[in-house]
Design a protein around this ligand. Sequence first.
Ligand code: SAM
Length: 259
Amino acid sequence: MKPTVNLYGDEWSAEIYDYQVQSLEDLPLWQSLAESAGGPVLELACGTGRLVLPLARAGFCVTGLDASRFMLAVARRKLAQEDHEVRARCRLVEGNMSGFTFEEGFDLIYVPARSLQILLTRDEQRSCLECCARHLLPEGLLAIDVFNPMLSKLQARRVEEGPDEFSGTDGTPVKWSAVTEYDLAAHRLSSAWRYGHGNAGGAAAANEYSLEMRYFFRFEMEWMLEACGFAVEALYGNFDRSEFAADSPEMIFVARKTP
Ligand SMILES: C[S@@+](CC[C@H](N)C(=O)[O-])C[C@H]1O[C@@H](n2cnc3c(N)ncnc32)[C@H](O)[C@@H]1O
């Protein structure tokens, strides 16, 4: 049976996020884009502030927008521990990336960690990109990371991952596994994530979540960006800016507004 709670939609999944996702391998790319674009910077779907906080520490004025009050609660708690200058450069806002309004414009808007794929409908995707166009300053950059769909996974239709083990919030082991089903007609995937762990009394417990995503192929992304007023300047296949290839894990689009 499908889990009923959406990933990022409760306190437990928000608290475990930073323990599971410890890598910052994508940070140098976003930081170098921020350096070339200048600031201020907007991250859509900023989550627990994994990237917002290091960028603010590096001197950028960063706004992070996220729809989950649970993820933002973690980000705000972490931000409260930063020094005054970092806190002053950072703003965390609850909102939907498919419809947001800020009074000011940004030199860089980025959507990391494949979060654009959480927007399932064409209307949401278009609305998000149009909001980006409205909020980007004339010379600004839009950067979006989505995964490169692997034909082997699509052909399998059903993919099991894990178990992977990591230390949870109290240092005890958490065992993660997932089952993902691909709908090739809808270009969607539906995952059930399971975290096995010990509860406060030490007994075995499990938390289960669902995650629905769209997958995009290269030229759908390019068309969407163009239709929403952007010209694609670069497409990278990974965070080291390597050229996009058939077996690249990521598709990272860097675009500017068309004049
Ligand atoms: C994979 S996490 C990425 C978090 C962060 N960007 C990072 O790189 O660590 C996806 C995030 O997207 C957020 N999210 C999902 N749907 C959203 C929406 N419609 N608008 C804004 N945020 C959304 C979730 O709450 C979650 O924090």
